[in-house]
Design a protein around this ligand. Structure first.
Ligand code: ZN
Length: 268
């Protein structure tokens, strides 16, 4: 992997003939009580937490995988559907030189508001008009269809299962728990774009047993996180996540009883 460029809202890395660009949708803040211990209890000892004004920092990222045959957008940010500090995907794309028209397919890690909302523009039309296919996990097709704002995308919907490749070189991997059909994507066999496997890096790498209030199934989310962290170390994956701190891309190392996140650096 080669780091090509690190901008304020976007980070570009090269993996063979594929390029991955992390695109910031902005950052919001969440109550510290959203981090949960093994029995679902709020944690009292959050000394390591990354806190601003008494709240947990929650960055939101989407990713573009650019290849010879097109560009796959993985997740689409919150647009205007959630917090006012989010919805900066368009700005990040301009910074990175990614035109909306170059996106030939969209794949969602899951259908929560901060991942799906950017698919539809403010005027109600498709934000990525040339994205012929929108991949959504089979388990979450119902949730996607139930959202009236997503109506313009329904004709392009493609069910996604583990092992499917929404683009050549990008393979879907089941990572359930945060939501029923939550998916990670393995790019070029070496970079795992894992959606919401980690929500608060400052705590959950060191203590991967800690869960998040919005994990639909806390125990399953924990099991998926533990399994993917272990696999990332064993296979030397680069990891990238929708809620990791800047630059949203890095490596995982074993550290004490848990793990540590080693962000990529310019020139690294
Ligand atoms: Zn999320």
């Amino acid at each position: 992997m080669r780091v090509v460029r690190m901008g304020p809202l976007s980070v570009e890395v090269e993996l063979g003939d594929l390029t991955v660009i992390a695109l910031s949708d902005g950052e919001t803040r969440m109550p510290v009580t959203h981090l949960r211990g093994p029995d679902g209890e709020a944690l009292a000892d959050l000394v390591a937490a990354d806190v601003a004004a008494g709240k947990l920092r929650l960055p939101v990222w989407a990713f573009v995988v650019r290849g010879p045959e097109g560009s796959l957008l993985i997740d689409t940010g919150a647009a205007a559907a959630w917090h006012a500090s989010l919805g900066r995907l368009g700005e990040a794309m301009r910074e990175a030189g990614v035109a909306a028209q170059e996106v030939t397919a969209v794949a969602l890690t899951h259908t929560h508001i901060d991942h799906v909302s950017g698919l539809v523009a403010r005027d109600g039309g498709l934000a990525f008009a040339n994205a012929e296919r929108v991949f959504v996990a089979t388990e979450e097709l119902g949730a996607f269809r139930a959202e009236p704002r997503m109506a313009p995308a329904l004709a392009r919907l493609m069910p996604l299962e583990q092992g499917d490749a929404p683009m050549r070189g990008v393979v879907a991997i089941n990572a359930p728990g945060h939501s029923a059909g939550h998916m990670a994507f393995l790019v070029d066999g070496r970079m795992l774009i894992w959606g919401d496997v980690v929500h608060h890096a400052a705590v959950q790498f060191a203590r991967p047993e800690v869960t998040w209030a919005f994990d639909g199934d806390q125990a399953l989310a924990r099991a998926s996180r533990l399994a993917l962290l272990q696999r990332a170390v064993a296979e030397g994956f680069i990891v990238a996540g929708a809620h990791l701190p800047y630059p949203a891309i890095g490596r995982v190392e074993r550290s004490g009883t848990g793990y540590a996140f080693m962000p990529v650096r310019g020139g690294a």
